[in-house]
Design a protein around this ligand. Structure first.
Ligand code: HSE
Length: 314
């Protein structure tokens, strides 16, 4: 039976927000942001059960250890390790749940990373992915890997048969994340996706994914711009996001490379090859919501800073 090392009385990990799908890869592609994210601290409690001792979050989250994604992930790890080490868990959310920026996965990834460190790192980062994905199952009903993989590994990650493939990052690539504060639950956003697509649409999407990957390997920004399109899911989902088409037009008018729904929404994302273009896009997106009464949060991040989960102070 595995016991935690005496030296570690508490461990805290940070895991970043993520943009899933990135237009071309529904459920199989994601990229990590750098500074926005969640922190999860674990400390052995000797109680024989896990307990959530603190949640700092603007939106309410489950405190029942069976329903909270962090404690659920930890429980799955404890079962795999056959350990009797149980923990108190403190969670500090860096952004709203239901934003489309991988909120549940940032917490799940941070919980997995922190508990793994507490136990003396029995699992590699890659081996933590299925545990973190279990947190997604609890949070939204589907154990999809496209947020938890970049949250744990950092960078741009493609999933092939649930195994991560790290894709190269172009030297200059900036993401704009724009969150209109309206509620879109992942489960309901998944439920409205058309379940069947024509062969023509599937062929276009497969081609777009291949071209996107080639663009990353060749640092070909023109190809990236042509390729980074969602033919499969966006047509069903964009009705959930006010001013979606206006925001796309604004992004392209500013010289953006791509625009689309971040994960299951309501956040949208844009990609740009310079920080100044990204900031111009950010202002244009904010402009689209001016006078609507809908609060918005936006940020620009340099994608080469996206390193995945790390140990940190709480
Ligand atoms: N791939 C998932 C979806 C991501 O689009 O529903 C959810 O953040």
């Amino acid at each position: 039976m595995l016991k935690q090392t005496d030296a570690m009385d508490k461990v805290c990990a940070f895991a970043p927000a993520t943009i899933a799908n990135v237009n071309v890869g529904f459920d199989v592609l994601g990229l990590s942001l750098a500074t926005l994210g969640d922190k999860v601290e674990v400390s052995p409690n000797g109680l024989g059960y896990n307990r959530i001792s603190e949640i700092i979050s603007e939106t309410p989250l489950p405190t029942d250890p069976e329903k909270n994604s962090c404690t659920y992930v930890i429980k799955k790890m404890q079962e795999a390790l056959h350990t009797d080490v149980t923990v108190d868990v403190r969670i500090k959310k860096g952004f709203a749940s239901g934003s489309g920026l991988g909120s549940s996965s940032a917490s799940s990834a941070a919980a997995a990373f922190a508990f793994n460190a507490l136990m003396g790192t029995p699992f590699t980062r890659e081996e933590l992915l299925p545990f973190a994905a279990e947190g997604e199952r609890i949070a939204c009903g589907a154990a999809h890997f496209d947020n938890v993989s970049p949250a744990l590994l950092g960078g741009i990650v493609l999933l092939h048969q649930q195994r991560p493939i790290r894709l190269p990052q172009p030297k200059e690539l900036f993401a704009v994340s724009f969150f209109p504060n309206i509620e879109v639950k992942t489960a309901s956003s998944r439920s409205i996706i058309a379940q069947h697509a024509s062969l023509n649409v599937i062929a276009k999407q497969v081609s777009a994914m291949g071209a996107f990957v080639a663009a990353l390997y060749n640092e070909d920004y023109a190809l990236l711009k042509e390729a980074c399109k969602d033919y499969l899911v966006e047509p069903s989902r964009k009705i959930l996001i006010p001013f979606f088409d206006e925001m796309r037009e604004a992004t392209l008018a500013c010289g953006g490379l791509a625009f689309g729904i971040s994960g299951s929404g309501p956040s949208v994302f844009a990609l740009a090859s310079t920080r100044s273009t990204a900031e111009k896009i950010q202002h244009s997106l904010e402009h689209c919501y001016e006078g609507t009464g809908i609060k918005t949060i936006s940020l620009v991040e340099d994608l080469k800073e996206g390193k995945g989960a790390t140990l940190c102070e709480y």
